[in-house]
Ligand binder design. Structure first.
Ligand code: NAP
Length: 299
């Protein structure tokens, strides 16, 4: 039995489909079962509730051979570390109670980075807590998700631009979420691995934002420029939206660490995922941009 958290999320939903295609027995933990696709709901066991809740984990983990673990992002959390640790402490204790043999977690790349990295440091604290469970653990250690750029479809359509806080000419490691789901499915259905390891998974690209803009322009067949946002302006934007001081620090430290090359050391050992940025643009970003363009009536 494989237990999957966040089965309605980007990675989790793709993972459940892959596991069912491989005829695995799957049990999902979901806050609201009506959010599952009908095709999934009828083929999995469902435990309703949040995976931060020890009682929910006690209902979900009996008989589990393997667990897929993902802490939902919460940019508004008063403290990223407390957010990740609240989930991780509940998981670690429940994994021990139910003697789950193997755990595959979603985390950030850059574990050896020595400076504070905000939300990414919180994910590393989660890994340390999960490791204390004693289960075999693979920390899928991931750089910037290509899917983060889907939120820029509107700016691409309206202004011909996308914006981040990173230097225009500094390569940014990326990965497509479908490749994360695929790697997680491989690990969860493989009973032969042991021990605890970080497993960085990067796309084949090393594109800086200016190069990302060039690939987007070619694949979307519309001009796209990169506009760098100053970190102070980004902090001000978060403040104007009501973010707390710690939430702003957690986000700014994360972006600063990414711009300072937190992912660079993992290039040496990273597994190379199949999806490159150009393919992702063609297959995922372009349809999203076309849908946005149709909605706003732009070409
Ligand atoms: N974005 C990046 O560049 C990046 C890079 C490295 C690592 N990561 C990590 O990747 C993870 C995000 O993965 P993703 O994009 O697949 O996530 P996602 O699509 O945002 O899915 C998260 C799921 O969590 C569920 N959820 C939300 N709040 C919850 C709560 N309080 N209790 C239980 N479930 C809750 C939601 O489902 P319902 O609403 O249906 O309950 C949602 O489907 C994060 O842990 C992040 O740290 C991200």
């Amino acid at each position: 039995m494989i237990v999957v958290t966040t089965p309605t999320g980007r990675i989790g939903s793709r993972l459940v489909t892959l596991l069912l295609e491989r005829s695995s027995e799957v049990r999902v933990i979901v806050r609201d079962a009506s959010q599952l696709d009908d095709a999934v709901r009828t083929r999995v066991e469902v435990v309703e509730g949040s995976h931060a809740d020890p009682a929910v984990l006690d209902a979900a983990l009996p008989g589990a051979d393997a667990l897929f673990w993902l802490v939902p992002p919460n940019p508004a959390a008063p403290s990223a570390e407390e957010h990740y640790l609240a989930f991780a402490r509940a998981a670690s204790a429940a994994i021990r109670r139910h003697r789950v043999g193997r755990v595959v977690g979603v985390t950030s790349a850059g574990h050896d980075f020595r400076k504070p990295a905000g939300v990414l440091s919180a994910a590393f604290a989660m890994d340390a807590e999960l490791a204390r469970s004693g289960a075999a653990y693979r920390a899928l250690s991931l750089p910037f998700y290509m899917e983060n750029l889907l939120g820029q479809a509107d700016a691409i359509v309206r202004r011909g631009a996308f914006s981040l806080t990173f230097a225009a000419d500094r390569p940014l490691a990326m990965v497509a979420t479908r490749d994360i789901a695929e790697r997680a499915a491989d690990l969860l259905t493989d009973p032969t691995w042991h021990g605890q390891e970080n497993l960085p998974l990067f796309s084949p690209d090393r594109l800086a934002p200016d190069a990302i803009a060039r690939v987007m322009s070619e694949e979307l067949e519309r001009p796209v420029a990169y506009e760098r946002i100053a970190m102070d302006d980004f902090a001000e934007l978060l403040r104007s939206r009501g973010a707390s001081g710690q939430a702003i620090t957690d986000t700014i430290e994360m972006f600063a660490a990414q711009d300072a090359g937190i992912y660079d050391a993992d290039w040496a050992t990273a597994e190379i995922a199949p999806t490159d940025f150009r393919t992702w643009c063609r297959e995922v970003l372009r349809p999203a941009v076309e849908r946005t363009a149709a909605t706003v009536g732009a070409k």
